[in-house]
Design a protein. Structure first.
Length: 498
């Protein structure tokens, strides 16, 4: 794949002749290609991975918005700048919603164009570097988890049943204290529970805690990962089948509903269930009966249902991807787990995982230093509790007695701390390439927020929707970068109503 350079798309021959020379002179001889139509540009984009694309919004045939949509589909990380005329505010808003990173008004301010391109290209470079580091980290963590889990298999059976299922939540306050209270309140009731939260926040641990605190604690706890079973097999896995029900069904098999009889059935990632299976699940929830594949008589099941989802089911219902009636049936009692970065028991969990790892891996390490604790508290934990557990296990293998910051080198701490400390300030002269990229990325983020607020007249809710983020995140970012929505609002005229 050929990479690099800038593509300019416009049906104006004069602009296609003038702009490339300006960019080559002001951007250190950067490669600049041109296309006089969106169709010609699309052919080039398929064969060439450009650093940035600059396109006019109004062109014969395919216009700039249609080309932008194609770029977002084929090259989603290629920054696209839109050239617009004055008074085309609706088109600007449409372009921003479609994924444009900036817009350039005619007549073109060449200094602004150069600055916008440099900013967009730097942000793309930084984003790609972060993705590469994240992929490397995920691969490393996956490999480590396999090794550690293999060594720990022989010790899992020794855990005493009497150990409190809520021990991993002890020492919590705020939102997690509320979660503990909810678990204790609902545990011994017959209500169906829906647990929502990001991947790795401990949804199955909540389900197990509810089971162990209930009167069903001596009965089976059966966990089903709905996202790991192919659509063609999910019904036979859940409801069972009779001999001869389909090719390969050589004998009768009970489904997970029957195996969990008298106990708790935990449907993890229930959002992945196909719609036809959701309809059969609804019947099982309502009448406590299942129909095995190939069977003629329904089978009664006496189980307590707990479901979990890593995305809000209410949003999936609105999108038409999840049945509303099933959602209401599952949502008799909802528990929402906050991400680890918003909790106050990170160090408690880290010490608990350290004790567990020290026993399972036969390591002498028993303590986390103050410096290492600060590293754990600063890191945003995108992988949540599961990532923390893996990191502590790795550190316990590396440390002789006390976990120090060098034993946590798997975490990209420096880059995260640097970006936070900069708060979108430009890097000073003499900065490294890494620092320049981080500063450019932060600057681009602040610029994108300002553009969205400008396009929406200071409406933060609409700006958050344009930026495809939530209101709370936008509010935090605006505070971080010192951006006020008021400066983008139009003042009320004297005749306007109060």
């Amino acid at each position: 794949m050929i990479q690099g350079g800038i593509l300019i798309v416009d049906d104006d021959p004069a602009l296609l002749e003038a702009l490339p020379e300006v960019l080559r002179l002001r951007m250190g001889g950067v490669t600049v290609e041109t296309a006089d139509s969106a169709g010609a540009a699309l052919d080039r984009i398929i064969a060439w991975d450009y650093d940035a694309v600059v396109t006019d919004i109004k062109m014969p045939g395919m216009d700039g918005l249609a080309l932008l949509a194609e770029i977002r589909t084929r090259r989603p990380d290629t920054p696209t700048l839109i050239i617009t005329g004055h008074g085309e505010n609706e088109l600007v808003v449409g372009a921003l919603r479609g994924g444009a990173c900036d817009f350039i008004h005619k007549p073109i301010d060449r200094d602004y164009l150069v600055t916008a391109l440099q900013r967009a290209m730097a942000a793309r470079k930084a984003s790609r570097r972060v993705k590469e580091q994240q992929l490397a980290l995920e691969h490393h963590l996956d490999t480590l988890e396999v090794v550690v889990e293999h060594r720990a298999q022989g010790l899992r059976g020794r855990r005493e049943v009497s150990e409190s299922p809520l021990s991993w939540l002890m020492g919590s306050s705020g939102s997690m204290e509320k979660v503990v209270q909810q678990i204790e309140q609902v545990a011994d009731s017959p209500l169906t529970v829906l647990v929502e939260g990001e991947t790795g926040t401990g949804k199955e641990l909540v389900a197990r805690a509810i089971h162990h605190l209930s009167a069903r604690r001596d009965k089976p706890f059966v966990a089903v990962d709905c996202g790991a079973i192919p659509d063609t097999l999910i019904e036979s896995e859940l409801f069972g089948y009779e001999k001869g029900a389909f090719t390969g069904a050589h004998q009768r098999k009970e489904g997970q509903f029957q195996l969990a009889g008298g106990g708790t059935l935990f449907l993890d990632e229930v959002v992945n269930l196909p719609l036809p299976t959701q309809a059969k699940l609804l019947r099982a929830l309502q009448v406590r009966q299942v129909q095995p594949l190939g069977g003629t008589q329904p089978v009664a099941v006496q189980v307590r249902f707990i479901a979990a989802s890593n995305v809000p089911l209410e949003r999936e219902v609105r999108a038409g991807r999840f049945r509303k009636d099933v959602y209401y049936r599952l949502n008799e009692f909802a528990i929402t787990l906050p991400p680890l970065r918003e909790r106050d028991n990170i160090l408690h969990l880290a010490n608990a995982f350290l004790a567990e790892a020290s026993a399972e891996l036969d390591r002498p390490c028993r303590k986390i230093s103050e410096a290492a604790a600060q590293v754990l508290l600063r890191y945003p934990w995108p992988g949540n509790v599961r990532e923390l557990r893996n990191v502590i296990r790795r550190a316990s293998l590396l440390a002789a007695d006390v976990i120090e910051p060098e034993h946590l080198s798997v975490l990209p701490i420096d880059s995260a701390a640097t970006v936070t400390a900069r708060q979108s300030e430009r890097a000073p002269a003499g900065s490294s390439l890494k620092e320049l990229a981080e500063a450019a990325a932060a600057d681009a983020e602040g610029h994108a927020i300002r553009l969205a607020l400008q396009a929406t007249g200071g409406n933060k809710s609409e700006a958050a929707r344009l930026l495809r983020t939530d209101y709370k995140t936008l509010h935090v970012k605006m505070k971080q970068y010192g951006i006020s929505a008021a400066q983008f609002r139009e003042p009320l005229s004297a005749s306007s109503p109060a």
